[in-house]
Each structure stands twice: as structure tokens, then as C-alpha cells.
Design a protein around this ligand. Sequence first.
Ligand SMILES: NC(=O)c1ccc[n+]([C@@H]2O[C@H](COP(=O)([O-])OP(=O)(O)OC[C@H]3O[C@@H](n4cnc5c(N)ncnc54)[C@H](O)[C@@H]3O)[C@@H](O)[C@H]2O)c1
Ligand SMILES: [Zn+2]
Ligand SMILES: [Zn+2]
Length: 361
Amino acid sequence: MPQTVKGVIARSKGAEVELVDVVVPDPGPGEAVVQVQSCGVCHTDLHYREGGINDEYPFLLGHEAAGVVEAVGEGVTEVAPGDFVILNWRAVCGQCRACAKGKPWYCFNTHNAKQRMTLEDGTELSPALGIGAFIEKTLVAAGQCTKVDPGADAAAVGLLGCGVMAGFGAAVNTGGVGRGDSVAVIGCGGVGNAAIAGAVLAGATTVVAVDVDDRKLEGARSFGATHTVNGKDEDVVERIRELTGGFGADVVVEAVGRPETYEQAFYARDLAGTVVLVGVPTPDKEVTLPMIEVFGRGGALKSSWYGDCLPSRDFPMLVDLYRQGRFDLDAFVSERIGLGDVEAAFHKMERGEVLRSVVVL
Ligand SMILES: NC(=O)c1ccc[n+]([C@@H]2O[C@H](COP(=O)([O-])OP(=O)(O)OC[C@H]3O[C@@H](n4cnc5c(N)ncnc54)[C@H](O)[C@@H]3O)[C@@H](O)[C@H]2O)c1
Ligand SMILES: [Zn+2]
Ligand SMILES: [Zn+2]
């Protein structure tokens, strides 16, 4: 029997989010219904609300979640009812050309549930990143569920479902940060701070945090940044060069998604260094770079989809590091809120007051 539960939707561009009744179908073949226990408020949810991703309104928001599998459909073997899982938005297909080449983190054919959750009048909802987890129960593809240690706090480990994994992986997987590297991270929200924490765990010795908000820079220090630069008062490229022996950083992670910060990242890296773009630009943004500089500086200009993670490999590993006290996921949880508080959480995020507001159910 389909169930009717409360969920948070964005009905139209820029409109305040609403808590409404949502109909969740029983899981079909390859699908699972998950009782959501926690879901972080990510900047990407706000991008959806503002029409920055696409215009397939109404959106069912929320995608940084952990919960317990309630029911599974036919043919599901990965997870079973009662499993504690973190949801991911890139369920790998195992068959596309990226998967066939042994690079499943690039999978070009990731999938979500085939059935749609709807409003009571039958209007189909577009779940954010194929998840939609600001809701009591959600329907996902079983491959979007990764079973992890049930002893972990859902509010903390649920954040691995998006921003923290994206940031950590941007530094460690995409950027390939290693022992002794110098790293700069531009934008110290949930994503940027996770990149800082990842760089520190990977052995980086100089970790420069850049933001335009001193509160964020203070937070970045607690995640292990060795230096901070406020882009409002200082020349970001010059400061990063000064702090890296005059050369620039081996890896610069851009975690804002704006042309001006991307250009800073481009010029703030050392020769043959790597730029990792993990911030998501809106479709109207453009960058212009002198081609001779693109050539002459060498190295790599990379993008990081979801931190180039493999949930089945990376989520349990990061939960282990968290449980061992080596990766402070609790520090990302600024506040615990209810389903009715998502709109207010967006405003707190815009004002820079929180790293992550986490809806707890
Ligand atoms: N690639 C992925 O898979 C992936 C996954 C999750 C989120 N993201 C994206 O990562 C970005 C960051 O997400 P978040 O949740 O951390 O957002 P956030 O709003 O919490 O953090 C953004 C930070 O950037 C800072 N900032 C803004 N303008 C700046 C500037 N000019 N210079 C320096 N800092 C500046 C803000 O003060 C803030 O601290 C977003 O674009 C989000 O959509 C990407
Ligand atoms: Zn694939
Ligand atoms: Zn996200």
C-alpha cells in the first residue's frame, strides 16, 4: 500500500518551501523505501529551489541523508529491511563505458527509483539529486543505499551522503592530495571544510583556507587549516603564493562555484598543480582564461562529481574514521532541526551562520 507522509517541496522558482503530504509508492523491482532519520541542508537544495539546476518543479528537496531500510522490492540483494544506510545520489550501473573501464566513480549511467513520489493530486515530484529526503520516508533505487555501522549518529554520518563526501573526495580522490602537499581550499562551507579535513588526513602540511567570512575561517582552523585568508580584505592569489614559498599550492579546491573564485584557484596553484572544481556553478556562469596560461601552467584542471567517490568503498571507511575519532563529523552539525524548519535553515546558510543544519526525524 502506498503511504502518505510529510515532505518538504519547492513548488516554483524562489518560492518558500512547503511541508506537504507526499505519496510514497511501495518499492518496485530494484527499489527500497527508507525511513529517513536525518537529512542535512546542502547549498544544492537551495540551488534547486532557485531554479539553478533545472526547472522540473515541484522538487522534493533534501539529499544528505541516513536512515533505516523499511522495505525492499523484488530482486534487491544489496540491502534488507532494518539495515542502517547512508543514501547516495550516484548508484553505479556496473555496465556503462566508465564502469567497464574500471572507473565506476565516473559511471555515466547512474540510476534512481523508477517510480515517482507524488503529491496527493498525482503531481509527480522531482526528488533532489534523485533522493528527496526532507521527508519521513523516501523511495530510492536500492543501489543508492550503503549499509554502514548502525552505532553511528545518523545526523553526523548522513552528511557523508553529499557535501562532506564531495569535499573530502575533491581533495583526496580527485585532487590526489598526499603527504607533504600544499593545499588551498576556496569556500569553507560544509564542502570546503570537508576538503580541508580530507587534505589534513591525507598528510598535507600546508592547508590554506579561503573565505569571505571570518566565522567560516575560524571554523576552518578547527578542521586543520594551517593558514586562513579573507578574500574580502586580501589578494587571495598573492597570499596563497606567499604561504607556499612563492610558488602556489599543489592542489587548489574551489568549493564555491563562481567564476572569480575559479580564476583565483587557477592562478593560485603551482606549476603543474591541480585545480579541483567541486563548487557547482549556475548555468549562466562563464570563465575566460588566457589560453597561453592554460598551456604554460601545465597540470590539471579537474571537476569533482561527488568527490569521485564510490559509496560502497568510501562511506564505511569514513564512518570508521569517524568512530575512531579521526574525522570529526560531529563538527559539521551546527544545529538539529525539524522538517518545518528548512526554509529558515536556508536563510541561516545564506547568512553564513551554519555549516550544516540537519533535519532530524
Ligand atoms: N561537486 C559536488 O558533487 C557537490 C556536492 C555538494 C555540494 N556542491 C557544491 O559545493 C558548493 C559549496 O557547498 P556548501 O554546502 O559548502 O555551501 P555553503 O554555502 O555552506 O558554503 C559556501 C562558502 O563559500 C563562501 N564564499 C562565498 N563567496 C566566496 C568568495 N567569493 N570567496 C571565498 N569564499 C566564498 C561562503 O562564505 C561559504 O562559507 C556549492 O556550490 C554546492 O552546490 C558540490
Ligand atoms: Zn556505469
Ligand atoms: Zn548536497
